[in-house]
Design a protein around this ligand. Structure first.
Ligand SMILES: NC(=O)c1ccc[n+]([C@@H]2O[C@H](COP(=O)([O-])OP(=O)(O)OC[C@H]3O[C@@H](n4cnc5c(N)ncnc54)[C@H](O)[C@@H]3O)[C@@H](O)[C@H]2O)c1
Length: 461
């Protein structure tokens, strides 16, 4: 069976390449002619570890190709995946489904025989049925269940480890309405059976909701530990140890318990918001997720305030060096990155900002103004009154502290990812501020006095 992948972004390109690696013939379609031209020349338009070799290998084997011609890709395909973007709709936070519905209409016009139309984009409950309606309206000659099916197959890959996530997923979710559609998808994912990957077979609505529920749960977990971090600073506790202490409990698990500047990226912010809207409209508000969204939005700005406070409340005439800009390491994706909220606030407070990111600079330059762009962490440090570590790229994990100190105007490290241990950075002569790394007051105090010392101490730990 040949498949068509509509949308060749982070998800479409990785999924298409991985399906071709499984031995399926895949045509990846995008309406962005520049992107397709680059892919046809063998250039990968995004940064994703290992993707260049995978694409190269499968193009070479004749199983993977790229085109702007949607009709040519859909004609004769047994399955057509829709992997276009579903950003937040301006103003109300709903998922903008115009790309999905637009693609569905184009696919309908191009169908030449039976195909299972599979939504891989993250879409609100009800979208699959709407896709079926669009196909039916566009092509009244086609009968649902006979000439085409619709299915939901949400994607759970993470940028930065996308290939491994696709090849060895925790589970594959398949929402279908007919046996035929279920069989098409099972056949495509059969190569995963060797790893005994669980396949969760559901109806359309359930599959659509699983994706939002998963992202909302993970976003809530991150937000929970971030609030614990704030509490740790107040009471002299260390959030890294709290996270370890709770994460070893098998019911909780250690992942997504790293305190930091708040979640960002192309999924969590828009998906939590879309779930909030869907739930409110369905008359079943998700109050925990509503609060998560609110707390996380506030947190990104609070990170900039934390920098200002640590530098004695005034950034005028000061230079801040920012290490890392992307929303997480190993991607060039800047969508909703905390840096986009933090840096303008530092600039508004009077700071000059110098910055470096290993892969995200091209994208960041389109979104941020007035920065000095640097070639590495040491260039960022030159003349800086403080370094702020925003994204925990590996190259920032073992910086030469003495060298940084010799380059900086003042040795200050504000580590929003808790990459460094406070004691070792301070031993190198830095003032250090992590996230949630509270320290107990030196001597036993009366409760009120102890709390006051922990608060002021937090500002200097
Ligand atoms: N990025 C992730 O890590 C991730 C993970 C899981 C799920 N998702 C979901 O997958 C979907 C895609 O995300 P992404 O990050 O790959 O988006 P993206 O913006 O990187 O890529 C979308 C692509 O679709 C193309 N496109 C739009 N309409 C088209 C049309 N009619 N025909 C052909 N091409 C068209 C765009 O040009 C773009 O290249 C979203 O719903 C997202 O929520 C993303």
């Amino acid at each position: 069976m040949r498949i068509a992948m509509i949308g060749t972004g982070y998800v479409g390109l990785v999924s298409g390449a991985c399906f071709s690696e499984f031995g399926t013939e895949v045509m990846c379609v995008d309406r962005d002619a520049t992107k397709i031209a680059r892919l046809q020349r063998g250039e990968i338009p995004i940064y994703e570890p290992g993707l260049d070799q995978l694409v190269d290998k499968n193009v070479g084997a004749g199983r993977l190709s790229f085109t702007t011609d949607l009709a040519a890709a859909v004609a004769g395909a047994g399955a057509v995946f829709i992997a276009v973007g579903t950003p937040s709709r301006r103003g109300d936070g709903h998922a903008d489904l115009s790309y999905v519905y637009g693609a569905a209409e184009e696919v309908a016009k191009a169908l030449t025989g039976y195909a299972c139309i599979v939504t891989k984009s993250t879409v609100p409950v009800g979208t699959g049925r709407q896709v079926a309606a669009i196909v039916g309206n566009t092509r009244p000659d086609l009968l649902l269940g006979r000439d085409f099916d619709v299915a939901s197959n949400p994607e759970f890959l993470r940028e930065g480890s996308a290939i491994e996530d696709f090849m060895r997923p925790d589970r594959v979710v398949i929402g279908t309405e007919t046996d035929h559609a279920a069989e098409v998808l099972r056949a495509l994912y059969r190569p995963l059976y060797i790893n005994e990957t669980p396949i969760v077979s559901t109806n359309l609505e359930t599959a659509e909701l699983i994706k939002y529920a998963a992202n909302a749960f993970l976003a809530t977990k991150i937000t929970f530990i971030n609030e614990m971090a704030d509490l740790c600073e107040r009471v002299g506790a260390d959030v890294k140890q709290v996270a370890r202490g709770i994460g070893l409990d098998g019911r909780i698990g250690p992942k997504f318990l790293h305190a930091g500047p708040g979640y960002g990226g192309s999924c969590f912010p828009k998906d939590t918001l879309a779930l909030v809207r869907t739930a409110a409209e369905a008359g079943a508000p998700v109050r925990i997720v509503e609060t998560t969204v609110e707390v996380n939005d506030r947190r990104k700005l609070a990170m900039a305030e934390r920098v200002v406070d640590f530098l004695d409340g005034d950034l005028h005439g000061k230079t801040i060096g920012v290490l890392g800009l992307t929303f997480k390491p190993n991607t060039d994706d800047m969508r909703d990155a905390p840096a986009l909220a933090i840096i303008p606030k530092l600039q508004a407070a009077g700071a000059s900002v110098r910055a470096f990111d290993p892969e995200g600079m091209d994208e960041a330059k389109k979104l941020l103004d007035g920065l000095t762009w640097c070639a590495d962490a040491y260039e960022v440090a030159r003349g800086a009154d403080a370094l702020v570590l925003v994204t925990e790229w590996n190259v920032f994990r073992n910086l030469h502290l003495n060298r940084l100190k010799s380059l900086m105007a003042a040795p200050v490290l504000i580590d929003l990812r808790n990459v460094y241990e406070p004691a070792s950075v301070e031993a190198a002569g830095f003032r250090y501020l992590g996230v949630g790394r509270g320290r107990p007051a030196a001597a036993p105090q009366a409760p009120a006095a102890a709390a006051a010392i922990a608060v002021s101490g937090a500002a200097h730990t």
